[in-house]
Write a protein that binds this ligand. Structure first.
Ligand code: NAI
Length: 463
């Protein structure tokens, strides 16, 4: 068997894999990256984060143009939706981003192989691609194969009317009635897109609240705002079936009448991509959630084989995978590398946005950690007023004895950008007083973070 040899093979070209490949190449390794898709970038760039944010932005412009600018003294009439143009812009954004990865690979001399990578023996990976089979060999291999949409029993996906986020990013016409299954990240983001574009959106959620994992006070306030926007929430409802019925679909759930709609979006979580990798040949066994077990150095039970991103434990977030990609490549090349899992932010790109870093209030209560809480509403922030974006608040949780920041939660306009300060503060082990004593430019939304930090010791100025 002839094979091409490298120092490192990375299986998967998403945010975890491509970043690991680049960092390893920067550190002098000869790197191959295998991806089954002809376009690099993984779910995030192709059918996840990037296209969804493009659609969220465009749909928000449309909603604002239809209603929302009068208060600024801007009167518009005859506003029309050109969905084809909106979808084309989204595709263009995706294409520019994914081509950027191609350029970075060329710059860093990373060799790219298209096809499904499969372990055939320790240190050897077969790539089954459109032009046949190629065999690659390397002493180090990183698995970064990501995740895909979790199925739900009874939901008959047809890749069209009953689909996932992939279909939900590309409906050719605005559904009259869209049923979303799952009030998590995907359900709330893509539900927002189609609600703004004119759909009736019903969200079925198994739990009695939306956005599990997000601080309950934040999620509860967001729930009220989303209801005002027109979302129809059906909480504590377990969907048991969704199938085609005539031109549309029918969704069934326990203890409720079936609902007829024209499209269904399934968004009940994601599961790791490990099928067909040949893990059994290298003796790697999955944990009870189908993930690849790794130690703190991202090493699997097979010597020289590492795993990062959505296939291992932790939140399925692109930036978490990127951090792991860098740390894993650093560990392989230098022996040092670390990810601080306590300071990984999370963002839901609804309107307003939701962003968080660190622990929720519920987690602190459950862990019996004494804390103080500072809360500041955007309503009292000058910049928020000028933007006409007064909904939401910043909440800072700090240790009751040390004042060290344990969690920052933001519901408000541009929360996703604002949370960077919170992540940096937590990375540096800041106290609430540290944030409160830091000058924040005026007038900015970030002043609400300073005020929330002041509020931890009851010293907010504008509250
Ligand atoms: P999710 O885990 O965020 O939410 C799934 C929701 O479905 C939960 O609320 C769950 O209780 C509900 N559910 C489960 N079974 C159900 C049933 N039978 N009937 C009704 N509801 C049911 O998962 P989602 O939204 O699919 O997203 C997957 C992952 O993708 C997220 O956890 C996140 O890691 C990532 N993601 C991140 C984004 C971001 O960073 N902005 C955007 C989109 C996805």
């Amino acid at each position: 068997m002839t094979s091409q040899s490298f120092d490192l093979i990375v299986i998967g070209g998403g945010p975890g894999g491509y970043v690991a490949a680049i960092r390893a190449a920067q550190r002098g390794l000869n790197v191959a990256c295998v991806d089954k898709n002809p376009v690099l970038g993984g779910t995030c760039l192709r059918v996840g984060c990037i296209p969804s944010k493009a659609m969220l932005e465009s749909s928000e412009h449309f909603a604002k143009a239809k209603a929302g600018l009068e208060r600024h003294g801007v009167k518009l009439s005859g506003v029309e939706l050109d969905l084809a143009a909106m979808l084309a812009r989204k595709e263009q954004v995706v294409s520019i981003n994914t081509k950027g990865i191609d350029a970075l690979f060329k710059k860093n001399k990373i060799e790219r192989f298209e096809g499904l990578g499969r372990f055939v023996q320790p240190g050897v990976v077969d790539v089954e691609g459109p032009t046949g089979k190629t065999t690659l060999a390397a002493p180090k291999i990183i698995i970064a194969t990501g995740s895909n949409i979790a199925p739900l029993k009874g939901v008959e996906r047809d890749g069209d009317r009953i689909g996932t986020s992939t279909e939900g990013l590309a409906f050719a016409e605005v559904p009259q009635h869209l049923v979303v299954i799952g009030a998590g990240y995907i359900g709330m983001e893509l539900g927002s897109v189609w609600l703004r574009l004119g759909s009736k959106v019903t969200v079925f959620e198994y739990l009695d609240r939306i956005l599990p994992g997000i601080d309950a006070e934040v999620a509860s306030e967001a729930h009220k705002l989303f209801k005002k926007q027109g979302f129809d929430f059906q909480l504590s409802r377990k969907v048991t079936a969704a199938k085609r019925a005539g031109d549309g679909c029918v969704v069934e759930c326990a203890d409720a009448e079936p609902i007829h709609c024209d499209r269904v979006l399934l968004a009940v979580g994601r599961r790791p991509n490990t099928d067909g990798l040949g893990l059994e040949t290298i003796g790697v066994q999955l944990d009870d959630k189908g993930r690849i077990p790794v130690n703190e150095h991202f090493e699997t039970s097979a010597s020289g084989v590492y795993a990062i991103g959505d296939v291992i434990r932790g939140p399925m977030l692109a930036h978490k995978a990127e951090e792991e990609g860098v740390a894993c490549a650093d560990l392989i090349t230098t022996g040092y590398g670390h990810v601080n899992y306590d300071a990984i932010p999370a963002v839901v790109y609804t309107h307003p946005e939701i962003a968080a870093v660190g622990q929720t209030e519920e987690q602190l209560v459950a862990a019996n950690i004494p804390y103080r809480k500072g809360r500041f509403a955007f309503r009292a922030n000058g910049r928020a007023r000028t933007l006409d974006e007064v909904d939401g608040f910043v909440k800072i949780l700090a240790h009751a004895e040390t004042d060290r920041v344990l969690g920052i939660h933001i519901l408000g306009a541009r929360a996703g950008d604002l949370i960077a300060e919170g992540a940096a503060a937590m990375e540096f082990g800041a106290t609430a007083e540290d944030i409160a004593r830091t000058s924040h430019a005026h007038p900015t939304l970030s002043e609400a973070i300073k005020e929330a930090a002041l509020a931890v010791s009851n010293q907010a100025i504008h509250a």
